[in-house]
Design a protein around this ligand. Sequence first.
Ligand SMILES: [Zn+2]
Length: 158
Amino acid sequence: MNKKGHVLNAILLAVGLGYILEPAGDIRTFRTIAEVSIPVVLGALFPDVDTAFGRHRKTLHNFLVLGVVAAYPIYFGNLRYVWIGVLTHYVLDLLGSKRGLALLYPYEKEFSLPFGVAVSSDYADAMTLAVTAFELAVAAAIVYEVPQRVVADALAGI
Ligand SMILES: [Zn+2]
C-alpha cells in the first residue's frame, strides 16, 4: 500500500477507536481521538522508513519490530498506541498489495495472502476501507466482549 492508503487507514482507524473507547460522542470522545490519532498515524508511517534505511518490506515489516514498539508503553511509558499503527500498516500491506512481508525477518521469506489487491488497482481504496472496517470490528469485539467474558468467567468460577 502507498502512503495515502496508510494515512487514510490510520486516520479512520483512530476516529473509530475514539468512538469505541469513548462512545458518548462528547468531548471525551474527541479527546480520545486526539490522543490516539497522531500515534496511530506515526506508527502507520514508520515501517516504510525501511525504504531509505534497510531493506523494504523486511527490516521494519516484521513481528520483532511490532513487539519492540508494543513494549515501549510497558517499559518506558511512551509510544502508547503506536503499535496499532504499525500493525495496521502490516495488515494493509498484506491485503493492499501483491508483494508479501518478511514477517519473521531476519528470516528472509516474504509471506503474502492470495487475495491481496495491487496498489495500483481500482480496488485499492475499497480494500483500505474494508480493512479499516474489519479492524474496527475486531477492536470493538475486544473492547466490548473480552472484558465481559473475563468477568463472567471469573464470576462463574466463584
Ligand atoms: Zn509497508
